[in-house]
Design a protein around this ligand. Structure first.
Ligand SMILES: C[S@@+](CC[C@H](N)C(=O)[O-])C[C@H]1O[C@@H](n2cnc3c(N)ncnc32)[C@H](O)[C@@H]1O
Length: 178
C-alpha cells in the first residue's frame, strides 16, 4: 500500500506538491528532515547514481555564485559569516609560523574559499579541485594564477604529502561511495 502511494505521488508531481503544502501546514517548523519519502534499496541505488552526477550541471556555477557573492560581500565588510569564520579559525590554529601553508580544497566549486582566505589575510597557497568542468572553468576565470583541477574526490591524482592541509566542505554528502 505504502509503495503504491509512493508510486502515485512520484507519477504526479502536482500531487506531491499539494501533499507537501498540506504537510507544511499541518506540521510547521519540523526541521530539515521532514516530508521525506522512503525509497526501496533498488530505488536508493538509482537515485544515488542520479544525484551523484547532479553537481555537473552546467547551470549550477552561476546560480551558486549568486549566493556566494552575497556572503563574500558581507565578509569583505568584516561581517561575521559563520562557515567562513569557522574554517579560517581552524586554519589559523594550524599555522605554525614556519611559512606558507599549502591547502588543497576538494569540491571547491568556483574556488571562492581562496577569496575567503585572501580577505582573511591567511598565508596559504591554495589549490582547488572539483569534478565539474563548469565549476573549474569559472574558478580558473575568476582566479587566474591559482591552480584548479578537474578531479573526482574518489580518485584524486595528487602526490602524497603535496599539501599541508586538505579541506572539503559540503562535498561528502554528495558522494555515495565516500
Ligand atoms: C555544496 S558544494 C560545496 C562547495 C564548497 N566546498 C563549500 O563548502 O561551500 C559541493 C561541491 O562538491 C563538488 N562535488 C560533488 N561531488 C564531487 C566529487 N565526486 N568529486 C569532486 N567534487 C565533487 C560539486 O561539484 C560542488 O562544487
Amino acid at each position: 500500500m505504502k509503495r503504491q502511494i509512493r508510486q502515485l505521488i512520484n507519477r504526479f508531481p502536482w500531487l506531491k506538491k499539494l501533499l507537501k503544502q498540506a504537510m507544511q501546514f499541518l506540521l510547521p517548523g519540523q526541521g530539515v528532515s521532514t516530508h521525506y519519502m522512503e525509497v526501496t534499496q533498488a530505488e536508493a541505488g538509482s537515485e544515488s547514481a542520479r544525484l551523484r552526477e547532479a553537481w555537473k550541471d552546467d547551470e549550477l556555477p552561476v546560480r551558486q555564485r549568486e549566493l556566494v557573492d552575497k556572503q563574500l560581500a558581507a565578509y569583505r565588510r568584516s561581517e561575521a559569516v559563520d562557515v567562513f569564520d569557522v574554517l579560517v579559525k581552524s586554519l589559523r590554529e594550524l599555522q605554525d609560523g614556519t611559512g606558507t601553508m599549502r591547502v588543497l580544497e576538494i569540491g571547491c566549486s568556483s574556488g571562492y574559499y581562496s577569496e575567503v582566505f585572501r580577505i582573511a589575510g591567511l598565508d596559504v597557497l591554495y589549490t582547488g579541485c572539483d569534478y565539474s568542468d563548469a565549476f573549474i572553468a569559472m574558478a580558473l576565470q575568476r582566479h587566474p594564477g591559482l591552480q584548479f583541477d578537474v578531479q573526482d574526490a574518489t580518485a584524486l591524482k595528487y602526490a602524497d604529502n603535496a599539501y599541508d592541509v586538505v579541506i572539503s566542505g559540503c562535498c561528502l554528502l554528495h558522494i555515495p561511495e565516500y
